[in-house]
Design a protein around this ligand. Structure first.
Ligand SMILES: [Zn+2]
Ligand SMILES: [Zn+2]
Length: 145
């Protein structure tokens, strides 16, 4: 690879990595692409995908598949789980490790080799619960206060 090309490749990887730092919304590749594209006008979505997968392989970011919408990306590499809001789709990091213990020994007895396991909690987030409360159909008569 020519030096200039290698330099460009490194820059692309760095920008993809940077675009995800501090973002705990678990964005999709196309959302990260949009951010990176603002800085690197010539980068393609395919290149962003490739860089994301390289970062996952290097253990610098995590990828997660929560639904049929596709892979999301996560800068939080420590062991954690996720809460998925069924209303707004928000994905929130959960650190419940100590709070639960799942006995996986039956799997081992059946011959499975377990590497990792993740918990995904589905429900309604605080914001959606609040929104629902305030956006109840209000009859004018009931609004005297
Ligand atoms: Zn929500
Ligand atoms: Zn996460």
């Amino acid at each position: 690879m020519r030096r200039a090309a290698r330099k460009r490749t490194t820059r692309q990887l760095e920008e993809v990595f940077k675009a995800l730092q501090g973002d705990h919304t678990h964005p999709f590749a196309h959302e990260i692409y949009r951010r990176v594209h603002k800085k690197l006008r010539r980068i393609s979505l395919a290149t962003v995908y490739r860089n994301l997968h390289n970062l996952v392989e290097e253990g610098k970011i995590r990828t997660l598949l929560l639904d049929e919408q596709g892979a999301r990306f996560d800068p939080e590499t420590s062991q954690h789980d996720h809460f998925v809001c069924v209303r707004c789709g928000r994905v929130v990091d959960l650190f419940l490790r100590q709070a639960r213990r799942i006995d996986l020994s039956p799997l081992a007895k059946q011959g499975y080799v377990v590497t990792t396991h993740n918990l995904t909690v589905h429900g309604t987030c605080q914001a959606c619960v609040a929104r629902r409360r305030t956006s109840k159909p209000q009859r004018p008569a009931a609004r005297k206060a």
